[in-house]
Design a protein around this ligand. Structure first.
Ligand SMILES: NC(=O)c1ccc[n+]([C@@H]2O[C@H](COP(=O)([O-])OP(=O)(O)OC[C@H]3O[C@@H](n4cnc5c(N)ncnc54)[C@H](OP(=O)(O)O)[C@@H]3O)[C@@H](O)[C@H]2O)c1
Length: 334
């Protein structure tokens, strides 16, 4: 099969198109012929080597986290999927490799693809959909009437999270630039702030939850100040916390590093009488099945900006890295 591999880590490194054997399935795995693969900034961070400390992939390895496709083989203990099923997944950490024609996926990380959307649309969903679910439902426990601030409403996570937060009954504020304001409003956002001309801190007050996704330290600081007492800030970009290190079983010294890295944010949270949590989303087929239901019910619609053909996977990653994508970017294998 053809696959795009990371030969060596580095920001300037390109993925290399290579011929590799089709993967074998273990007893709890499903072999999927990939029709489309979603592209995420995580793919670039992995290629750069930025996550080597806790996701130590050894080059050469196939990159890519999101995919949609058709089941072509199942392991002996697989019970939920059969040959011919249309499925999608954010594949598990340590098992990545969706920039390829086939992948073996643990059945626990897989869900049936929503019937009412294309393979391209389905491939765009898992990573951002699960991020939004884990932030708003699992961790944030968002309730009807709560005020939620979702940063970067026009991005992959933002476009999905706005729709999910509205479904949960929240009042949703978001930041975006003026050119995106109209279509982001149509996703359901109640309040749009033009981040280029307005200061969200001057507009927002007493929020229950902030989904923080901006790496500028000043944005993190301001985000704490718009929370009400008892509110929470869930960061998708860090700093990572010792609780996160514990969750994924990192050694004590990395826990210590994360304690030091997050000390400032924890202090600001304490001052705001709010909670600070770092979320690194994880693969989860059961949650993805809930997302399938929401998409089939018409509650959430994927937003795709650009489609690339498989051979243009590096160009697709570069487009995501530009930070200007309006929704999601997808690579088409078939
Ligand atoms: N921890 C996790 O599990 C996790 C999961 C998913 C994503 N993430 C991280 O979360 C961040 C967002 O991910 P994403 O996939 O949504 O990114 P993305 O799709 O690449 O975001 C691009 C969008 O962000 C908007 N944007 C850029 N700067 C902005 C600003 N200062 N204020 C408001 N909007 C701005 C851009 O709109 P304009 O063109 O109008 O500027 C563009 O539409 C990334 O850093 C990603 O690595 C983390």
């Amino acid at each position: 099969m053809r696959a795009f591999i990371v030969k060596s880590y580095g920001k300037k490194e390109k993925l290399h198109l290579t011929e590799l054997p089709e993967p074998m399935v273990k007893e709890n795995e499903v072999l999927v012929q990939i029709y489309s693969a979603g592209v995420n900034s995580l793919d670039s961070l992995i290629r750069n080597g930025d996550f080597k400390l806790f996701l130590p992939y050894k080059p050469p390895f196939i990159n890519g986290h999101d995919m949609a496709g058709v089941v072509t083989n199942v392991g002996s203990k697989v019970s939920k999927f059969k040959i011919g099923d249309e499925v999608y997944s954010r594949v598990g950490d340590h098992k990545i490799g969706t920039f390829a024609e086939y992948i073996a996926v643990n059945e626990a990380d897989l869900a049936l693809k929503p019937k009412n959307i294309t393979m391209d649309e389905a491939a765009s969903v898992p990573l951002v959909g699960l991020t939004a679910w884990q932030a708003l439902v699992e961790t944030g426990n968002v309730k009807k009437g709560q005020k939620v601030f979702i940063q970067a409403g026009s991005g992959g996570v933002g476009t999905f999270a706005i729709q999910l937060a509205k479904h949960l009954g929240a009042y949703v504020a978001t930041t975006t630039s003026a050119t995106n304001a109209d279509w982001v409003k149509k996703l359901g956002a109640d309040l749009i702030i033009d981040y280029k001309t307005e200061d969200f801190e001057a507009i927002l007050k007493d929020y229950d939850l902030v989904i923080h996704s901006n790496r500028d330290a000043k944005i993190l600081e301001k985000s704490f100040r718009i929370l009400k007492a008892g509110g929470q800030l869930i960061s998708l970009v860090g700093p990572p916390t010792p609780e996160f290190a514990e969750e994924i079983g990192l050694p004590w010294y990395l826990k210590l590093v994360m304690k030091l890295l997050s000390a400032g944010a924890k202090k600001k949270a304490k001052k705001a009488k709010a909670a600070f949590r770092f979320l690194f989303m994880r693969a989860e087929g059961k949650q993805l099945a809930n997302i399938t239901s929401l998409i089939e019910a018409g509650v959430i619609k994927p937003v795709i900006d650009k489609l690339f053909v498989f051979e243009q996977t590096n160009e697709a990653m570069a487009y995501v890295e530009s930070g200007r994508a309006k929704g999601k970017v997808v690579v088409k294998m078939k």
